[in-house]
Design a protein around this ligand. Sequence first.
Ligand SMILES: Cc1cc2nc3c(=O)[nH]c(=O)nc-3n(C[C@H](O)[C@H](O)[C@H](O)COP(=O)(O)OP(=O)(O)OC[C@H]3O[C@@H](n4cnc5c(N)ncnc54)[C@H](O)[C@@H]3O)c2cc1C
Length: 512
Amino acid sequence: MSGAIVIGAGHNGLVAGLSLARAGRAVTIVEKRGVVGGLCAATEIHPGYRVPGLLHDTTGVRRPVVAALGLSRYGLQFEDEAPSVLAAHSQHKGVVLHANAARSRDELEALHKGDGDGYAAWRAFLSRVRGFVARVLNERPPQMKPSSLAELWKLGVTGLALRRLGNADMLELLRVAPMCAADWLHEYFNDPLPSAALAAPAVTGAFLGPWAAGSAASVLLYECVRGAEVKGGPAALIESLREAFEAAGGTIRLEAEVARILVARGAVSGVQLADGSTLEAPLVLATCDPKRALLELLEPGALPLRVEEQIGVVRMRGTTAKVNLALDGQLAFRGREGERHARAVVADDVDDIERAFDAVKYRGCSKKPHLDVSVPSVRDASLAPSGKDVVSILAHFVPHDLEGGWSDAAREGFGDAVVEVLESVAPGTKGLIRAREVLGPADIEARYGLSGGHIHHGEHALDQLLFMRPTPALARYATPIAGLYLGGSGSHPSGGVTCQPGALAAQAILEG
Ligand SMILES: Cc1cc2nc3c(=O)[nH]c(=O)nc-3n(C[C@H](O)[C@H](O)[C@H](O)COP(=O)(O)OP(=O)(O)OC[C@H]3O[C@@H](n4cnc5c(N)ncnc54)[C@H](O)[C@@H]3O)c2cc1C
């Protein structure tokens, strides 16, 4: 049985390792941390309060991958429907956006006449193009010069799928993708609030605001693959993957940091660990970020200079902070007392998000951050003491290279700004905070080893997505070193908890 080493026990490493183990490879996953799961690993932030992962949104997990791996046999389940999101507002009760537009109609029409229809039209367009977009995202990037009939056939089928959208939707898709999210969404809504809430995915993990050209593409890509949450969140996904991998005969070695990927005569030969020991294998799949894998773990000069240069310019400027709160009660949004909301987006309009972004261009933290709030204890009461909430917030924007450096005062100052914004939409929260954890991009880099503290292993931007991820030459998972592959979030289709890069990288290895 030929051996394979996977670097990283994040969800993509586990997916790839499982696929390879099921195909008969002897797989060892080496993970530098003491826990399995990478960014999906659950952590206790205060006695009795746990967040189910550094991240909170599992709506991008691909059902076809989960089905192909048979993860339901290992306990993985999805919620029944895509989650609703509260678009919270600082002056009124906001609006709840459901994936089923009809359920949001009354609230939207009350907000501004015509916005219920606008939301239905927006969702209808997404549902018509969803199949095509998901197809592009869930398949390996095509060979630009097809070397076989099968590849040529695949290209033809994708072209046909685009054509099948019909003239109107095909042209609309091509018109919208390069637009800015703000302009696109303003075409559907009169009130600024829904546009702000729906633009939010455009800025997560991107170095841009909603008025930047190309930001509409990120909204499109996010919405077209979004489904229901995983029951139990990221931690449940990891547990099922770990069990399935071990049942397939795979081995996980924790606290086993790879210091060097070993190469002999142009082919990979194994890895050297930080303790000096070596593991040999003719196949190594790296799921840490591509800069770390190719510029730090490989001997300089192992790659052709051009490839090194291309990887060197991949942009990975972290702009997201993670703020976790342990509350001595339940989070209650303005005008929504008695209601429970697991997700909320906080920005009164897209200009608030754009202004929040302005600060990072000049290496500053935004004074009025834009928040993506999750309350995991709404769905899983065991995460916090009875009657209390744990709150997980992605706060935008903060720079990795803060002017003057990241001191405790800078970190806590940003934490205060986050709490002020939350207080503006959920009055009374401040007084409930029992503990607070603030992680800026530099902390995320130090704790999780992400270059630049970038949450997606590389910015989501038009030139770093789809068939260009992480670079056009490396987009099909193989590298110029025989036997060395990439398969983490820095690869196609993108970052996020999706399982897709790991699955496609394994496919590239097994099918060639
Ligand atoms: C704060 C934050 C919030 C996020 N929120 C969301 C969200 O809500 N929804 C969403 O879909 N996505 C979110 N993301 C992005 C998402 O979490 C990632 O894209 C995804 O989890 C990455 O999975 P992965 O398996 O590719 O890599 P990782 O989870 O990063 O795993 C890589 C693993 O490699 C290990 N490793 C690195 N170097 C070495 C080495 N030298 N030797 C051995 N092991 C090594 C690391 O320790 C890590 O365990 C968020 C990310 C962050 C940081």
